[in-house]
Design a protein around this ligand. Structure first.
Ligand code: ATP
Length: 387
């Protein structure tokens, strides 16, 4: 489409430029989401754009303002850009929700639908503190580095540490009526945490089965995840209510069991793996974390937590399930892994050449690189599970 006779862009050309601006949370063009309310171009090339935010006080309004200004300001003949920010009314928000739900009024878990192309990985452990959350965030980032669209659900009611590890500790999700936007993180993965659903951040969660179940379903169905290639869930340690709920709602989840080399940790990890199998989920492998420490002085490999835990869990689960459960990788103890987590910059991003990061990158590759053949499929014991 050509511009106006005076050389200024037409409204259509401005709109076409706006179609290249994505809403930072929904990750779709603002033009598709009904967010562009008005476009006007003066004969002198001054452009006025009215953008409707989904909610008042949208935390990302500055990003939207900047992206719109940059997209329109780059057009030839534009002398100035004025962005007016408004807020959607109830009807417009309703329309947005319908667009996002693909016209479906009913809320459902998209990842449990037949034909869903999202790989769901549940990261489980027998006991706390073995590094399950660290493994989850690093695998998520490693998969994002492979070019995949990745979401993370922090379902660990005891320790929701995932947002901090991803650099969004204090973020709260934007809510458009009853649709929740996952929080975008600097590394490109989106996250929602059970901690974000609490009315107050410092509130202690004392939820029992049904409330936890509702919280899990909410994180899976009320959150607009868009088209994800992979969804990773950080489960609470052990074999509690969340593990049961997950088995019921997402039987197609592939379970990764994290353990340390220690005998006691391995024993409870076996229970967590067995629980997943009872819920008809497939255990795709074992990650042995804190496997060893290389002394910086002598270069000696010190087995601080003993040895053999990963192999033991893999052997026991293989024997119990009658299919091969492999050790996917062994991650050494590395202070920079902890520091990366504390700083909100996981090690695969902050220190990717370390042996720990290399192991995590290889584990992610092993999980996603495998085709969608039989090896990646759930056992097929439930009618809902198709992959
Ligand atoms: N390989 C490692 N090297 C050094 N520190 C590690 C390693 N793995 C985990 N850590 C550190 O150990 C602590 C516990 O890890 P993390 O929170 O990931 O465990 P978790 O199993 O998710 O615990 P919880 O279930 O209690 O939340 C964190 O401080 C983390 O930085």
């Amino acid at each position: 489409m050509s511009g106006t006779p005076t050389g200024t862009p037409s409204v259509e050309q401005v709109t076409a430029a706006l179609a290249r601006v994505n809403d930072p949370e929904i990750k779709r063009p603002i033009t598709e989401l009904g967010m562009v309310d008005d476009v006007a171009v003066s004969p002198e090339g001054a452009v006025h754009v009215k953008v409707l935010l989904t909610v008042a006080g949208c935390p990302l309004k500055d990003t939207i303002n900047r992206d719109v200004t940059a997209a329109v300001g780059g057009l030839p003949g534009v002398s100035s850009v004025e962005v007016e920010l408004g807020v959607m009314n109830a009807d417009q928000r309703q329309g947005l929700q319908e667009t996002l739900r693909g016209g479906q009024a009913q809320r459902e878990i998209p990842f449990a639908q037949p034909g869903s192309l999202t790989r769901v990985f549940a990261i489980a452990s027998g006991k706390g503190g073995v590094g399950k959350s660290s493994v989850t965030v690093n695998l998520a980032l490693a998969m994002a580095q492979q070019g995949l669209k990745v979401g993370v659900v922090d379902a660990d009611i005891y320790g929701h540490s995932v947002p901090a590890m991803l650099g969004v500790a204090d973020a709260r999700p934007t809510q458009v009526d009853d649709l929740i936007m996952p929080v975008p993180t600097p590394s490109g993965v989106s996250v929602i945490s059970i901690g974000m659903l609490k009315p107050r951040r410092d509130q202690v969660v004392a939820w029992r089965g049904p409330m936890l179940d509702r919280a899990l379903v909410q994180m899976l169905s009320d959150v607009y995840w868009g088209d994800l290639d992979a969804l990773l869930l950080d489960l609470p340690p052990g074999t509690g209510d969340i593990a049961i709920s997950l088995g019921q709602h997402l039987p197609n989840a592939e379970v990764v069991v994290v353990t340390t080399p220690q005998e006691a940790a391995a024993e409870v990890a076996e229970r967590a793996g067995t629980m997943a199998s009872m819920m008809h989920q497939r255990v795709v492998g074992v990650v042995e974390n804190m496997s060893y420490f290389v002394s910086p002085e002598s270069g000696e490999k010190l087995e601080i937590f003993g040895s053999g835990g990963g192999d033991r869990v893999a052997a026991t689960l293989s024997q119990r399930f009658g299919y091969d459960v492999r050790v996917l990788g062994r991650i050494p103890l590395d202070p920079s892994l902890r520091e990366g987590g504390d700083a909100g910059k996981p090690i695969v991003e902050s220190d990717p050449t370390t042996p720990a990061a290399q192991q995590l990158l290889a584990i992610a590759q092993g999980l996603t690189g495998r085709g969608r053949g039989l090896a990646g499929m759930q056992l097929g014991l439930t009618p809902t599970a198709k992959f």
